[in-house]
Design a protein around this ligand. Structure first.
Ligand code: TRP
Length: 329
C-alpha cells in the first residue's frame, strides 16, 4: 500500500471541473492507498487573508470534500495548522533550502509579480512548507496538477539532499499519483477551454438546481450546423464534453445524431445537460447542507484526523531530529 498526501487549497468552492478533474478519482484512490488529505491553511497565509474569513474558508473546503466522498473512516483528514509538527519540519528543511532555487520557482515569480507589495518570506519558502507536508508522512505519491509539478520536483530534491547530506536513506522521493489517463478536463460554459474559478465560468457542487439551469441556458452556442456531419465548433464541443461525463451513452448518441443530421435544438440539449448535471451535484449539495450544520460531526472528523496525522508526523520528526544530531539531556 502506498502513502498518498494531498493538500487542498483553502480558498474557493468546488466546481464541476474540480470534481471530474480530480476529486472523483480521490474516492477510488483512498480505497487503494493510505491517504492523508489536509487543508493547507498555512499556505493560504501568504496572501494575508482576512481573519474573519479564514475559518469559514477552511470549513467550506472541509464540508465540500466530505460531501463529495472523502471518507474519514478510511482516510486521514486534517487541517494543516492543527499539526504543529509541520512547522518544525519546515524549519529544519529550510536550513537545506537555498535562496537561489526558491527565488527561481515559477510560482514564486508569478506571485511576486502579482503582489509586489507583499513578497514575504512565506511566499519564498512555500515549496519548503509543501515539502514538509509531504515528507512528514514519508509519502511516495502526491496527486498534483500541472501547476504543482515543480513543487513536487523540489520536494524530491529536498528529500534527496537530506538523505545525501546525512548519509541516510530516510525520505522517499515522492512522485505524482497517476490516475491512468482518467482525468477529464471540464471546459467552461463560455466556450473557453477550462472551467475555473478565476475564469468565472463555473458550476459549483453546492449550487441549487435553478441556478444551474440558468447557467446552462446561458451557455454560449452558435447558430447551428449548416451541413450534415460537420465538425463541432469549440463552444458546442464543450457542451458535449460535459454531457459525456454526466449523461448516459444513449443520450450522447442521440444528440450526436441530431447534430449530424442538422436537427439539433440547443434548447433540448441544454435542458438535458442541466438535468444530468443536477443529478450528479444534487446529492453532494444535500450532503453539504447537512454537514455544514453538524458541528459535532465536523469536530469529530477533525479531532480524529488530527490525532492520526500527528501520530504519523511526530514519528517522522523524532527520527529526523535523531538523524540531525539532536539529543535529549
Ligand atoms: N500547493 C498546493 C496547491 O496550491 C497545495 C498543497 C500544499 C499541497 N501542500 C501540499 C498539495 C502537499 C499536495 C501536497 O494546490
Amino acid at each position: 500500500m502506498e502513502t498518498v498526501v494531498s493538500g487542498i487549497r483553502s480558498t474557493g468552492n468546488l466546481h464541476l471541473g474540480n470534481y471530474f478533474g480530480a476529486l472523483r478519482n480521490f474516492i477510488k484512490m483512498q480505497e487503494e492507498n493510505k491517504c492523508f488529505f489536509f487543508i493547507a491553511d498555512y499556505h493560504s497565509l501568504t496572501t494575508h487573508p482576512d481573519p474573519k474569513i479564514l475559518h469559514g474558508n477552511v470549513k467550506n473546503v472541509l464540508t465540500e470534500y466530505l460531501a463529495a466522498g472523502i471518507d474519514p473512516d478510511i482516510s486521514t483528514i486534517y487541517v494543516q495548522s492543527d499539526v504543529p509538527e509541520v512547522c518544525e519540519l519546515y524549519l529544519l528543511l529550510n536550513m537545506h533550502a537555498y535562496m537561489g532555487e526558491l527565488a527561481k520557482t515559477v510560482s514564486f515569480k508569478e506571485k511576486a509579480r502579482k503582489q509586489p507589495e507583499n513578497v514575504n518570506a512565506g511566499l519564498l519558502t512555500y515549496p519548503t512548507l509543501m515539502a514538509a507536508d509531504i515528507l512528514m508522512h514519508n509519502a511516495n505519491k502526491v496527486p498534483v496538477g500541472k501547476d504543482q509539478e515543480q513543487h513536487l520536483e523540489m520536494t524530491r530534491k529536498f528529500a534527496r539532499r537530506f538523505n545525501n547530506f546525512y548519509n541516510v536513506e530516510y525520505f522517499k522521493e515522492p512522485v505524482a499519483y497517476n490516475f491512468g489517463g482518467e482525468l477529464i478536463k471540464i471546459p467552461g460554459l463560455d466556450g473557453s477551454g477550462k472551467m475555473g474559478k478565476s475564469e468565472g465560468n463555473c458550476i459549483y457542487l453546492a449550487e441549487d438546481a435553478k441556478s444551474i439551469e440558468k447557467k446552462v441556458k446561458r451557455a454560449l452556442t452558435d447558430e447551428g450546423p449548416k451541413e450534415p456531419n460537420s465538425v463541432k465548433p469549440e463552444c458546442i464541443e464543450n457542451l458535449f464534453t460535459i454531457l459525456k461525463v454526466v449523461s448516459t451513452d444513449e443520450v450522447v448518441k442521440h444528440f450526436d445524431e441530431k447534430w449530424n443530421t442538422c436537427e439539433i435544438r440547443y434548447g433540448d440539449l441544454k435542458k438535458q445537460l442541466a438535468e444530468d448535471i443536477i443529478a450528479v451535484t444534487s446529492p453532494i449539495r444535500e450532503r453539504i447542507l447537512e454537514i455544514q450544520n453538524d458541528d459535532a460531526y465536523l469536530h469529530k472528523v477533525v479531532t480524529e484526523g488530527t490525532a492520526r496525522a500527528r501520530e504519523s508526523a511526530s514519528k517522522t520528526l523524532k527520527e529526523v531530529r535523531e538523524i540531525m544530531g539532536f539529543k535529549n539531556f
